[in-house]
Ligand binder design. Structure first.
Ligand SMILES: [Zn+2]
Ligand SMILES: [Zn+2]
Length: 103
């Protein structure tokens, strides 16, 4: 079971969507598909705060649940001191190739 669930988890990561929405208030995060963007709630289901799923400055979606700044224009997405400590800016993650749509 252990090994099987390991690869299953990887597979599920692929199908769960490659973008994330994060709550600017409580840090709640959830994944979303580009084709189902209209179903992404504007409010956090946990605290009712603002659920951000695109950069407010350049409208780019982000792929890290811990993003504190836009990966493209570096506009701040939320306070970096959330949870009482600064979140270290992650290294640039490789973006999925544009136009490489399996559908
Ligand atoms: Zn929230
Ligand atoms: Zn941006």
């Amino acid at each position: 079971m252990g090994k099987a669930s390991n690869w299953l988890r990887k597979e599920r990561r692929k199908v769960l969507g490659h973008w994330v929405a994060v709550c600017v208030d409580c840090g709640h995060g959830q994944r979303w598909f580009e084709e189902f963007e209209s179903e992404v709630p504007a409010e956090c289901p946990t605290c009712g705060g603002k659920l951000l799923h695109r950069c407010p400055a350049c409208q780019e979606p982000f792929s890290s649940m811990f993003a504190i700044a836009c990966e493209v224009c570096e506009a701040p997405l939320r306070a970096s001191t959330q949870f009482g400590m600064a979140i270290r800016k992650p290294e640039r993650a490789p973006k999925p190739a544009a136009g490489d749509d399996p559908g």
